[in-house]
Design a protein around this ligand. Structure first.
Ligand code: SF4
Ligand code: SF4
Length: 278
C-alpha cells in the first residue's frame, strides 16, 4: 500500500532537507520541473482532461522517478501489507480524488460502492468532530481498504500511497501501534518520496496556473465529495467548488484562499468593536 504513517512531521523534516540543498533537492527539482512541463502540455492541449487518464500519466512519471532511486532494492512493501493504511490522514489533490471516484464508479459494483460510501461518510463525520490536533494524532483505517487488507482503488491510489516505500516492515507495524503516543522512526526510500513530493507540487502548481483548485484535501472526505457529484471532472474543470464539504488540509489556492480571506475580514477585534457599539 505504501502510505505514510505519520506524514506531518516526516514531511516537514524532508522539506527542511530539500531546502538545505544536496542530492534530495536535486531529485525534488528534477521531478518538479519534468512533471510541471508535461502536465502543462496536457492541460493546454486538451479542452477536457479525464481524471483517470491524468492519474495514469502521473503514475508513469512516478514509476520512472521511483525506479531511479538507489534504495529501490531495499524496499519491504508488498501486497496485503497495510499497516500504513491505518494512518492519520492521506492528502490528495482534487484530481486524485476525482480519479478515485471515477474508478469506483467504473470498476467496482454498485453494492460495494454503497458500502464504501457509508464508510467514507462515517470517517468524514468523525474527523469533522475532532480538533485539528486530534486529527493529527488519531489513527483511522482508510475507508478504501477492504476487509482482506487490499486497497479498493489500487491502480489509481493517491500519489503519496504509491510513492512512499518503507525499508523495514516491522518498523511500520511498530509505528502504526504507536500513532498518537509517540513518533517511531521508519526508514524510508527517501529519494522516491521526494520525487513524489515533486510530482504533487507540480500538479498543484499547474492546477493553480490553470485557475483551478490546487488545494490538498483529506482523502476519504474528498473521494466522498467526488462520488456525490455528477460529472465531477467536468464541473471541476469549469471552476465549480465541488470540494467545499471536504476536509481541507492545506489552504493555499482558489477557492479555499478566497473563503479564508472572507473569514479574515471578520476579525475577532472587529467583532468585539461591533459588540461594544451595539
Ligand atoms: S512496508 Fe510499511 S509502507 Fe510498505 S506497504 Fe507495508 S506498512 Fe506500508
Ligand atoms: S487509498 Fe489505498 S493505499 Fe492509500 S491509504 Fe487508502 S487503502 Fe491504503
Amino acid at each position: 500500500m505504501n502510505a505514510p504513517l505519520n506524514p506531518n512531521l516526516r514531511s516537514i523534516r524532508l522539506h527542511q532537507e530539500i531546502l538545505s540543498g544536496g542530492k534530495l533537492r536535486d531529485v525534488f527539482h528534477q521531478s518538479l520541473s519534468t512533471t510541471h512541463a508535461q502536465l502543462l502540455k496536457i492541460f493546454q492541449s486538451k479542452k477536457s482532461v479525464a481524471a483517470l487518464d491524468l492519474v495514469d500519466s502521473l503514475r508513469d512519471f512516478q514509476v520512472d522517478i521511483n525506479s531511479q532511486s538507489p534504495e529501490r532494492q531495499n524496499r519491504e512493501c508488498g501486497a496485503g501489507c497495510s499497516a500504513c493504511c491505518f494512518t492519520v490522514a492521506v492528502d490528495v489533490t482534487a484530481i486524485e480524488a476525482i480519479a478515485c471516484a471515477e474508478y469506483l464508479s467504473s470498476y467496482v459494483c454498485s453494492e460495494e460502492v454503497a458500502i464504501i460510501k457509508q464508510r467514507l461518510e462515517k470517517l468524514t463525520q468523525r474527523r469533522r468532530s475532532m480538533t485539528a490536533k486530534q486529527r493529527k494524532e488519531t489513527k483511522l483505517r482508510c475507508g478504501l481498504l477492504d476487509d482482506q487488507g487490499m486497497c479498493q482503488i489500487y491502480p489509481v491510489r493517491p500519489l503519496i500511497c504509491a510513492g512512499v516505500f518503507s525499508l523495514d516492515q516491522d518498523a511500520c507495524n511498530d509505528a502504526a501501534e504507536a500513532v498518537g503516543k509517540e513518533e517511531k522512526f521508519i526508514p524510508l526510500d527517501r529519494p522516491a518520496k521526494v520525487g513524489t513530493m515533486g510530482i504533487s507540487a507540480a500538479l498543484q502548481q499547474v492546477l493553480v496556473k490553470s485557475k483551478l483548485d490546487g488545494n490538498l484535501y483529506e482523502l476519504n472526505s474528498a473521494v466522498l465529495c467526488a462520488l456525490e457529484t455528477d460529472n465531477a471532472m467536468q464541473r471541476f474543470l469549469h471552476g465549480e467548488d465541488i470540494f467545499r464539504d471536504a476536509i481541507c488540509t492545506d489552504a493555499h489556492s482558489y477557492p479555499r484562499k478566497k473563503k479564508r480571506a472572507k473569514l479574515r475580514r471578520i476579525s475577532p477585534a472587529r467583532i468585539k468593536n461591533n459588540e461594544r457599539s451595539a
